[in-house]
Design a protein around this ligand. Structure first.
Ligand code: ADP
Ligand code: MG
Length: 465
């Protein structure tokens, strides 16, 4: 055999059959193990994965001139922790090669670090929603990415992450350039706002973001928003700000009402012992800003905490992109992601949302704090408000009746807890500076929930055994 023949045979075999266990290759190619080792060393783009008997060989895939990037964590103290390397493989696969075992990142079936697509723990970093679209518009041409996010494949996402905005969710950072940018941003945030200047700066930042000026790629969510780093004396904290538009319209007033309701929902949840993102209202004449303190950033040092949405977990591990949170809570508990108490909290949060007419309880609107060891903790509640009342796409602000949900099987306790908290919410909502229609809706909801709560007595009767 000529010298290059084993190498060509190896490349051809991997191209035809995909990633292969090392042990099977000598027989398949009709060569000795020593010849295989030489062929692997000589073959361009062949990567070795795993060790000893679990060793596999695969073809690397080139994405903009590279196929391997370091993955970092910026921890709560803002220390850089190298986690391992992400490798792009042939056939759309990715490998995460790490020396550190991680119960969560390598949760089965990915214990060998091989992923059919971009690893799930990077899902929440991909540009999405309102700010993602802004990013795609601004950076798309420069990075040669499709302007329409729906057309993005994994290679586009990797490219975006490598150039990622420092506002990204969670604590993971892909590649050296993104790390350098994140560290620079931490030292001198481009969205720095002195605490005392919020009411002058926020309206301008809102205007900028509506005109597509904010370069950050994350966080997601469809509503217009911007990020800010608030500074007072030596202290800093990162926030996400949603706002009503500065216009005299029924729709703008309704959004203002909804932001007030979101701030209230957080306070009520906290009072009832369920952590919610700390939210503050900043009001200017004609505009309301809801500033939500980022739970994936630490105060002052601006370190980070890991975050993963329920959506990323459910699509990856349960093959479903939508189901009620209480049902996912059961699955996450069974798989070891959540302990009993956190699973119960998630159920309570779901029913609270359902009872405050949050008609937008998709799996991207709740998440977990992503750490290496299981079980994970529930992230504080966010985006919790009566979305049922949102203005329609044409700006119409009618209020339709909302059917108060009754508990699903097995959910009576969580529902009762939530009904008590929701009664508080609707009662306090009547005291907010909101429009009379919303106040009336609050009254109707309060009595509706009260009536159903009477049907579900505190201690559910036991079924005869
Ligand atoms: N306080 C917060 N801390 C960290 N991340 C947050 C916080 N609030 C929202 N997020 C992230 O930002 C995304 C968009 O925010 P969200 O309030 O859901 O906006 P929208 O109303 O547009 O859906 C969320 O899906 C979540 O990932
Ligand atoms: Mg949301």
């Amino acid at each position: 055999m000529a010298n290059s023949e084993p190498m060509d045979a190896l490349l051809g075999h991997l191209r035809r059959h995909g990633r292969q266990p090392a042990g099977a290759l000598p027989d398949a190619l009709g060569i000795s193990r020593a010849t295989l080792a030489r062929a692997v060393a000589a073959a361009p783009g062949v990567v070795r994965l795993g060790r000893t008997r679990a060793t596999q060989y695969a073809l690397a895939r080139d994405i903009r001139g590279a196929s391997r990037w370091p993955l970092y964590r910026l921890d709560p103290q803002a220390q850089v922790i190298p986690l391992g390397d992400l490798l792009a493989l042939d056939r759309g696969e990715f490998a995460f090669v790490t020396a550190q075992p991680s119960d969560s990142l390598l949760h089965p079936p990915f214990e060998h670090g091989i992923f059919p697509d971009l690893p799930w723990f990077l899902d929440d970093l991909r540009p999405g929603g309102f700010l993602g679209r802004t990013f795609a518009h601004r950076m798309g041409e420069h990075l040669q990415l499709p302007v329409d996010l729906k057309l993005w494949d994994a290679a586009h996402v990797v490219t975006a992450l490598l150039h990622g905005g420092s506002a990204q969710s969670g604590d993971l950072i892909l590649g050296d350039a993104a790390l350098a940018r994140a560290l620079h941003e931490r030292d001198s945030p481009s969205d720095l706002v002195p605490l005392a200047d919020r009411s002058t700066r926020y309206p301008q930042m809102a205007l900028d973001v509506l005109q597509g000026e904010q370069p950050g790629s994350s966080p997601g969510g469809e509503q217009a928003k911007f990020t800010a780093t608030l500074e007072r004396d030596a202290g800093r904290r990162a926030v996400i700000v949603k706002f009503s538009v500065a216009e005299d319209s029924a729709a703008a007033r309704r959004w203002a009402d909804l932001l007030r309701c979101e701030a209230l929902a957080g306070r009520v949840l906290d009072l009832h012992g369920l952590a919610a993102a700390q939210a503050t209202l900043v009001e200017t004449p004609g505009q309301v800003f809801l500033e939500s303190r980022r739970f994936d950033r630490s105060a002052d040092v601006l370190g980070r905490h890991g975050f993963v949405s329920l959506l990323a977990i459910a699509t990856t591990f349960h093959g479903e992109a939508s189901m009620p949170w209480w049902r996912l809570a059961g699955l996450l508990h069974a798989d070891g992601w959540l302990d009993t108490e956190s699973a119960q909290r998630l159920c309570r949060l779901y029913w609270f949302g359902a009872l405050i007419a949050n008609s937008d309880m998709h799996l991207g609107n709740a998440g977990l704090l992503l750490t290496d060891t299981l079980p994970l903790q529930l992230a504080p509640a966010y985006d919790m408000l009566p979305m049922w009342l949102r203005p329609g796409s044409q700006g119409q602000v009618t209020i339709r009746d909302y059917a108060v949900p009754i508990p699903s099987a097995g959910q009576i306790n969580a529902w009762q807890w939530a009904a008590t908290a929701a009664l508080d919410f609707w009662e306090q909502a009547q005291g907010l500076d909101v429009t009379p229609e919303v106040r009336r809706f609050a009254t109707t909801m309060q009595s509706g929930i009260g009536r159903i709560l009477e049907r579900f007595p505190r201690t559910p009767a036991r079924l005869p055994s």
